[in-house]
Design a protein around this ligand. Structure first.
Ligand code: HEC
Length: 410
């Protein structure tokens, strides 16, 4: 494993240099599509689906959080019905006429993942793989949060009426429910309670780190509030028995936040300005990290990814859209907000398809290929399934310069 990681690191460093060179150096080669995106219809149906998801999630979490309620035969039918409802609402988000007011291609990506996962939960419940179904359902708030905490866009609620009525919900799960339903201040209160809980900090339990990651995402991207981020990091640093590795990361976060506080208070608004700012933060993140997936540069990746979302919302077909997809992919490879999915691969793929036969597509394909091969590499070697190999071939061809294809060079 160690050896594998080293190999991944080395090639990743070279790749990084190539990417920076491409993104900075070859603007002209990137297909510029400045056509305005079509005006979406009003977002009312979207809001209605969201309200439905929120209500269903509150009910379903009540049933899946407690062992007693989940395993009680009297609740079996209701749980199946609620899961079915969640799957059906998620499926609806992907319908053609369902336009959110949000042009960021992340929205259909995450909506697709949520639809797939909730459908799987329904199937597993039917097959009586109930423990597996339950674990999928418990991961649902992560998908809501991934969409809702991209940046500061969208509504925020101080308090909504429905919530899971169970004491069995852990404090992190309560925080995640609030974040999933855009009650961010309530979510922050819950996460901070977990971060400051000496038992949670000392337990090497993943919940403690989860609370930190979620609350930083809210402070940095939704609230865009360096002071709030600083308070969270301060809380992490003050926990006596917390894992040393996380506290080491927190020291680096503190430095990034101080740099943020010291920056002149201008905000990039134009496409050019947002692109330049995202590149600057990504380069700074890369300087900060010691190896590709360490978490020392989280604050910088959170800031950079928020800006790539600003850019993608503003100009989803603009001249920097493919760069933004690549940068988002790189940031999410580190931040990995979903426990079961490789969101970053979806960005790389979207980037290749958006700007075929350009240097940026080539950079995106390389990241895609590397991450795919890495996913299928285990102790007994690499074994990439046939359908995945075919997809790699397809994207490789799309990424390649047109001339090479014409000359049959593979
Ligand atoms: C694919 C991305 C995405 C996913 C997944 C998602 N949402 Fe949303 N949600 C949005 C967007 C975008 C908005 C804001 C639209 C706007 O700007 O008004 C929103 C708005 C909302 C709102 C406010 C609706 C209103 O009345 O204005 C609620 C509540 C909500 N979401 C709950 C949820 C819950 C609960 C989940 C998970 C089960 C979820 N959402 C999953 C993208 C998503």
């Amino acid at each position: 494993m160690e050896c594998l990681k080293n190999r991944y690191e080395r090639s990743s460093n070279l790749l990084w240099i190539a990417i920076i060179a491409i993104v900075f150096g070859s603007r002209i080669a990137v297909a510029a599509d400045n056509s305005p995106s079509p005006m979406p219809k009003a977002g009312v149906p979207w809001s209605a689906k969201m309200q439905g998801l929120y209500k269903t999630l509150a009910e379903l979490l009540t049933d899946v959080s407690s062992d007693r309620r989940f395993n009680d035969p009297a609740n079996k039918k209701r749980i199946e019905r609620e899961a079915g409802q969640l799957a059906s609402l998620s499926h609806d988000l992907n319908k053609k006429d369902m336009v959110s007011l949000d042009a960021d291609p992340t929205v259909p990506m995450v909506a697709g993942l949520l639809a797939r996962e909730t459908k799987r939960a329904v199937i597993e419940l039917k097959r009586d793989n109930r423990a597996y179904a339950r674990s999928i359902i418990r991961s649902v708030p992560g998908y809501c949060i991934t969409c809702h905490t991209r940046n500061s866009s969208g509504p925020q609620f101080s308090e909504l009426p429905f919530e899971p009525t169970t004491q069995a919900l852990s404090p992190v799960e309560r925080g995640e429910f609030f974040a999933a339903s855009r009650q961010f201040d309530r979510a922050q209160q819950e996460f901070l309670k977990v971060i400051q809980d000496p038992k949670a900090a000392a337990s090497y339990n993943f919940d403690w780190e989860r609370a930190i990651h979620q609350s930083l995402a809210i402070a940095v991207r939704v609230k865009q509030d360096p002071q709030q981020a600083k308070e969270i990091v301060q809380a992490v640093l003050s926990m006596k028995n917390a894992p040393v590795s996380v506290k080491e990361d927190a020291k680096a976060w503190k430095t990034s936040i101080q740099e943020w506080l010291d920056e002149p208070g201008h905000q990039a608004l134009t496409e050019e300005g947002l692109h330049a700012e995202a590149l600057r933060l990504m380069a700074r993140a890369r300087e900060t990290q010691k190896y590709p997936v360490d978490r020392t540069a989280d604050i910088l990746y959170l800031r950079a990814s928020a800006i790539t979302h600003d850019l993608l919302q503003k100009a989803p077909n603009g001249r920097y859209a493919s760069d933004a997809l690549l940068l988002a992919g790189i940031a999410y490879e580190v931040l990995s907000p979903l426990r079961t999915e490789d969101l970053h691969d979806l960005y790389y793929e979207a980037c290749v398809r958006k700007s075929p036969h350009t240097p940026i597509a080539d950079a995106c394909y390389r990241r895609y290929e590397q991450s795919t091969i890495f996913n299928y590499t285990g102790s007994s070697g690499t074994d990439v399934p046939q359908d995945v190999q075919e997809k790699l071939m397809e994207l490789k061809e799309l990424a390649m310069p047109q001339v090479q294809i014409n000359h049959g060079i593979q």
